[in-house]
Design a protein around this ligand. Structure first.
Ligand code: HEC
Length: 100
């Protein structure tokens, strides 16, 4: 029971944070990818608008880890996202992008 008391607020907090996909996107991604995810980032990326949630998450993870080759600037930003935000938050960013 004691554990539940500690876990529940934590779960509630991560749930609230997970709702902030738009704010994370606008702050950390839109500068390159556009507020509607319509831009060609650094004259190089594909437009990420319309990509599926799973594809966005796997691209971000694979760019960050170097598994998939990307421009250094793209790699840095993907790595930042993984370092700074939880899996739930990253998923909410991907979900937000997929609605654009
Ligand atoms: C500094 C500019 C910049 C920022 C900021 C940035 N990206 Fe990117 N992104 C790129 C570039 C450039 C590529 C293309 C990488 C390559 O193929 O070399 C890319 C590629 C991608 C792709 C795959 C599309 C493709 O071309 O295959 C996804 C998905 C993506 N970014 C998501 C994000 C998300 C989510 C964020 C916010 C955390 C973000 N990016 C922030 C520059 C940026």
């Amino acid at each position: 029971m004691k554990k539940m008391k500690i876990l529940l607020p934590l779960l509630a907090t991560s749930f609230l944070c997970a709702a902030s996909g738009k704010s994370i996107y606008d702050k950390t991604c839109a500068g390159c990818h556009g507020y509607q995810a319509e831009k060609i980032a650094a004259e190089h990326s594909k437009a990420i608008k319309g990509m599926s949630v799973e594809k966005i998450i796997s691209d971000v993870e694979q760019f960050a880890s170097g598994e998939k080759k990307a421009m250094p600037i793209a790699k840095i930003y993907k790595k930042n996202l993984l370092d700074r935000y939880s899996k739930e938050e990253i998923r909410s960013v991907a979900e937000y992008i997929s609605t654009l």
